[in-house]
Design a protein around this ligand. Structure first.
Ligand SMILES: NC(=O)c1ccc[n+]([C@@H]2O[C@H](COP(=O)([O-])OP(=O)(O)OC[C@H]3O[C@@H](n4cnc5c(N)ncnc54)[C@H](OP(=O)(O)O)[C@@H]3O)[C@@H](O)[C@H]2O)c1
Length: 220
């Protein structure tokens, strides 16, 4: 199954990621890196983060978690729980030919997926005394996580603060394994029929090869 990554920018010190449902800084370079990293992948976010962004992220499959009903759209799936989000993310990631997908926040959603995350793209923003109401407090024990890369960026005309982008990877990865029947039965019956039908339909239209995975043909 695809591996799960998360991407997050937090203040150092303080671990602030948001204030009044907005990012508490302007870092154009970091936003560009965010786009480059997540483009063509599946992204999962919370309803508040989706409202903060204001639209589905283009060039990505957007999955929005909310306990309230919402509207699907092109490249936009509105889901009620983690299992439905994972089902769509797995299928659409395979369909896109990718090996992983991204959890992109906010605070509640990072917590929801925490133990499943194998790779973290962590931006630490060197902003003193920054106030906020959303945080990412995860700590990285280097006996369990290894640093893959570290890239510092200075403050500049387009970036309010200096920051560092670190990529961390879990040493013992969390591996999720399902038999092919997982897809055919809609995640063992946990997945809403409407979601299963739409995901399978899109998969069959866009990627005929995946029919094999689903055991379907155009005649189905
Ligand atoms: N710096 C960064 O990297 C970064 C990244 C992303 C976001 N942010 C910031 O983070 C803040 C938003 O974070 P947040 O924690 O307040 O909100 P959030 O995680 O974006 O969204 C929370 C909402 O998601 C839904 N939800 C959460 N867990 C769920 C679950 N297990 N099942 C179903 N639905 C679930 C609920 O929606 P309903 O209320 O509709 O049921 C909940 O109110 C904003 O300030 C944003 O700018 C920062």
């Amino acid at each position: 199954m695809p591996s799960i990554s998360c991407i997050v920018a937090r203040s150092y010190p303080g671990n602030v990621i948001g204030a009044e449902n907005k990012l508490p800084w302007h870092l154009r370079t970091d936003l560009r890196k965010f786009r480059e990293t997540t483009l063509d992948h599946v992204v999962i976010m919370g309803r508040r983060t989706f409202e903060s962004i204001g639209r589905p992220l283009p060039g990505r499959t957007n999955i929005i978690l909310s306990r309230e009903p919402g509207n699907d759209g092109p490249d936009l799936y509105w889901v009620k729980d983690r299992e439905n989000a994972l089902f769509i993310a797995d299928v659409m990631t395979i369909m896109r030919g990718k090996t992983h997908f991204f959890v992109i926040g906010g605070s509640a959603i990072y917590n929801t997926f925490d133990e499943l995350i194998n790779r973290v793209h962590l931006t630490e923003v060197y902003a003193q005394n920054l106030k906020g109401d959303a945080h990412f407090h995860k700590e990285f024990d280097l006996r369990k996580w290894k640093t893959i890369s570290e890239n510092p960026f200075p403050r500049s005309d387009i970036d309010d603060y200096p920051f560092m982008i670190t990529i961390l990877e879990k040493r013992n990865k969390t591996v999720r394994q399902f038999p092919p029947s997982y897809f055919l039965t809609g995640g063992g019956g946990q997945i809403a029929n409407s979601i299963r039908e739409r995901v399978v339909e899109n998969a069959v239209i866009l990627q005929p090869a995946i029919q094999l995975e689903f055991g379907m043909s155009h005649a189905d």
